[in-house]
Write a protein that binds this ligand. Sequence first.
Ligand SMILES: Cc1cc2nc3c(=O)[nH]c(=O)nc-3n(C[C@H](O)[C@H](O)[C@H](O)COP(=O)(O)OP(=O)(O)OC[C@H]3O[C@@H](n4cnc5c(N)ncnc54)[C@H](O)[C@@H]3O)c2cc1C
Length: 347
Amino acid sequence: MPEVEVETAVVGAGAAGLAAALELRRAGVEVVLLEAGGRPGGVMQTEEIRGHRVERGPNTCLVRAPALAFLQAQGFERELVAASPARRLRFVFHEGRLEPVPMGPLGFVRSPLLTTRGKLRLLAEPWVQRGDAGTESAQDFIARRFGPEVAEKLLAPALTGIYAGDERELGARAVLGFATELERTHEAERARALADLIDRLSARLGQRAVTRRELVEAHLPEQAERAAPATLGEARRRGEGDEPVAPQGAPPARPLRIFARPEPIDALSEVPDGPPLRFRWRRVLHDVAAIEGPERIAAPWWRRPDAPTRDYFRAEDSHGRRFWLYREGLWGRETERAKWFVHGVFG
Ligand SMILES: Cc1cc2nc3c(=O)[nH]c(=O)nc-3n(C[C@H](O)[C@H](O)[C@H](O)COP(=O)(O)OP(=O)(O)OC[C@H]3O[C@@H](n4cnc5c(N)ncnc54)[C@H](O)[C@@H]3O)c2cc1C
């Protein structure tokens, strides 16, 4: 092969190589573009099959400001074909069928792509704490905000379609920049609006009238919180004090709603000190489909030496409802007949 001296060589005539070579030429640099394949374009491949245009690689492109500036500078702006609104309808191949990707709240409710649990998890999105999108993968970011099902069923196919990449390796900020930015600005705005509301209400009604729940060091869960002036919480949020922070990504150890008085239930277990298989609460029978536990919470013996120990379980019934249950009394040591209670619900 003859040797040729060139000022600059660009290797690969895919989208990146073509763009780089064009920019270099525009800057007045002498450039040679080397391509191993028989045609330029890389993974971009357009074919006409029986009168239909088939894109074997990318089919759409999000034209943000830098890309538009490049296309304008190169004189390609007029070549752009805007996607028709009808193409907003996307499908995911799910359990042997093409299912439309849900676009609005109603679409999500009806979509078979997500289970009931996945849909309920979506509803918790407004209360999700801000994370560090700068270091998270796209998968971690979406799973944290919308739940693991959305990441698996919707994000993974979308990113495979767009980047042909692995959502666990693509950075959240790089591929979901608009969403990570929204999280950053929205969170700050919401915190400001809430602080403002609390200040106004407290000034008008008095500090004691506007309260928030505060964690207290206590053994029994129903005593582990108390009402405190909401303005105190705001001061802490502004960094004027320490506030306990829940670990990110871990499943919630405590339910969304804890009953001030645990409610007695009838529970059936295989062995006396085993987890429940089935229980009746408020006259409804629940078959336990999944269970985690026990988490043992000892009684405050320094106050009541005879107080029984509690073994807590996180139970999910066959309909996906999740409960926080406990058995009172250690079988054979503290009691011969354990009592069961529902102490809270997770959703
Ligand atoms: C199926 C699929 C669907 C996609 N859908 C979308 C989409 O809808 N929207 C979107 O924005 N993006 C999409 N993408 C991503 C996008 O197409 C790619 O990110 C982009 O085209 C990659 O361009 P590139 O130049 O970096 O690489 P490539 O397109 O892979 O080009 C690299 C080129 O370099 C050549 N080459 C490699 N090694 C050498 C060598 N040693 N010497 C000479 N030549 C070499 C190769 O032959 C090839 O032509 C999709 C990707 C795939 C695979």
